[in-house]
Write a protein that binds this ligand. Structure first.
Ligand SMILES: [Zn+2]
Length: 318
């Protein structure tokens, strides 16, 4: 789901709920009208008075206007009394700011922003462990606190976790740096980038997250089926693009140029990208062409180190 689609969906959901509420309300009024002749009479009289008020106001007869208004006030009070005794309340809006129209003073209401954001999070959660991969449950204890080949995994990962948290806090879609997370499988790259994604989505930023093989194959399918390049355009224009597991996909000349176009276009417009990969820079150049590698060299690179956490967790369960 793209951000645009999430907004379309949020408006559509709100419209459906409101029209259902209106239908329920109108049918309750209709039933009361059929069951209570006094109520029906009041309604008829009120609409007659409404029409009369319009013509009388134009004639400028202020005494007559006042008299109509006072009768209307009285009848409206009677009507409200009948409605109350029949336990019919007016339409209760979910959002009292926009009265469920989705707009306030020509701008999209916060209720729609929130609904769209939640739809995006729910959509991503359906295919990724977004709920389980948070900063709070990123466990540094899985990383050894002793030097391995001259580097201390615990210290390294503590610094990377801190960097990710700060990245979220100071995130700016026009100036945040691009990140390249390198290192073997099972060292927490996906966990941390999902945590960044969740936090930024929650703050209302437009984040697209996908494994390279999913992202590219969806774009390829879209492109060759002749449809509009919705996925590609979304990846180009979003606030943050996260490509997980670069190197895990089948590479074709089309994918090579697709990847180059995406990262180059984002780079030129100053938009940040985060890439996770098991590949070393030399492998990236060989696999995706040196011009792709020349763009990624500008990214802030962090090498994840330690033991495969998935294996450690599996051992714990035994
Ligand atoms: Zn609202």
């Amino acid at each position: 789901m793209t951000r645009e689609q999430s907004y379309t969906q949020a408006f559509e959901n709100q419209r459906k709920i409101l029209s259902h509420k209106k239908a329920v309300f109108e049918s309750a009024i209709q039933n009361l009208q059929n069951a209570n002749p006094d109520f029906a009479k009041i309604n008829t009289r009120l609409s007659q008075l409404g029409a009369a008020l319009a013509t009388t106001a134009i004639s400028g007869d202020s005494e007559a206007v006042k008299s109509i208004q006072s009768e209307m006030t009285e009848l409206s009070a009677d009507r409200a009394e009948i409605l109350k005794s029949a336990s019919i309340v007016g339409i209760e809006h979910d959002c009292n700011v926009c009265r469920d129209t989705g707009y306030v003073n020509g701008k999209i209401c916060d209720c729609i922003h929130t609904a769209a954001k939640n739809l995006l999070i729910a959509d991503l959660s359906a295919s990724l462990p977004l709920q389980n991969c948070r900063f709070e449950n990123f466990d540094l204890n899985y990383y050894q606190n002793t030097d391995v080949d001259g580097a201390n995994p615990r210290k390294r990962m503590t610094a990377i976790l801190k960097l990710c948290k700060e990245y979220v806090i100071s995130f700016d879609p026009r100036s945040s740096e691009s990140l390249l997370f390198m290192g073997d499988t099972g060292l927490g790259k996906t966990h941390l980038t999902l945590a960044v994604t969740y936090e930024l989505l929650n703050r209302g930023f437009d984040v697209i997250y996908g494994a390279a093989y999913n992202l590219f194959s969806e774009m390829e399918t879209e492109h060759f089926s002749g449809h509009t390049n919705t996925k590609y355009n979304a990846a180009i224009n979003c606030d943050l693009l996260v490509i997980d597991d670069l190197g895990g996909e089948f590479v074709s000349p089309y994918i090579q140029s697709l990847l180059y176009n995406i990262i180059n276009t984002r780079d030129l417009s100053g938009k940040p990208t985060i890439i996770n990969t098991n590949l070393a820079m030399g492998d990236i150049a060989a696999r995706y062409t040196p011009r792709v590698a020349s763009r990624l060299i500008k990214y802030t690179a962090k090498k994840f180190i330690g033991n495969d956490i998935r294996q450690l967790k599996a051992l714990e369960k035994k």
